[in-house]
Unconditional design. Structure first.
Length: 217
């Protein structure tokens, strides 16, 4: 009876960040193999080396698109009889962040400006909506029907509306400062994940069309 070949189970995410110029297989992949000796060797296998960039602008664009076939080819160079089962992505991005220095104060300024823009944009949107549907007139008619008096424009209804709107927004977005109302992902987190997936997919497709991805011949 023929001997059953060893099997390597390989799982790689769509986007991987590495902190060194030399990328080893254990830096990007989760692996399980029936051959423990081969697994230890493969974890230390170098699959790519990023060139050290001199300028800060160059450092921001150190990303490469890889095909899983290239990784399998490199593994088979050392273990030609090893059976490989891919449990992850077929194309993925490796981004090198070695020696990338972040400007903390610049990030704070950007965050403050972004908060101001979002606040003003949200306020304008709410005011435009209130004017379009004539919320003030609706409140005035409702106040007159309930109390029999003419609304001054600053009644209990407007106060409750002004208080209830931010509370409703906070509950809907499930995020108050660094705390969450529930452990579920917030709508913003969900939309950001969708945005990241679209960006990664576009980056992979563009690299493939331009021939900049690392694949087998």
């Amino acid at each position: 009876m023929a001997e059953t070949p060893d099997t390597l189970y390989l799982k790689i995410d769509r986007n991987i960040l590495v902190q060194t110029y030399q990328v080893h297989l254990q830096d990007i992949a989760k692996m399980e193999c029936t051959n423990e000796a081969a697994l230890r060797q493969l974890k230390q296998k170098k699959i790519y080396t990023f060139q050290k960039q001199e300028t800060q602008q160059q450092k921001k664009h150190r990303s490469k698109v890889f095909s899983i076939l290239n990784i399998i080819q490199q593994i088979h160079e050392d273990y030609p009889d090893l059976e490989i089962q891919n449990m992850g992505e077929t194309d993925f991005i490796i981004e090198c962040q070695a020696d990338v220095q972040e400007n903390k104060w610049l990030d704070i300024v950007k965050s403050c400006l972004l908060c101001i823009i979002i606040f003003l944009g949200a306020a304008f949107t709410i005011m435009s909506f209130n004017n379009d549907v004539a919320v003030g007139d609706v409140f005035a008619k409702l106040y007159r029907q309930v109390t029999g008096m003419k609304s001054s424009g600053f009644t209990e209804i407007e106060i409750c509306y002004a208080i209830g709107m931010p509370i409703g927004i906070l509950i809907f977005y499930n995020h108050i400062g660094k705390k969450k109302v529930t452990p579920d992902p917030t709508p913003i987190q969900v939309e950001m994940r969708k945005y990241e997936q679209d960006i990664d997919q576009t980056f992979v497709e563009n690299a493939s069309r331009e021939g900049n991805n690392i694949d087998v011949d």
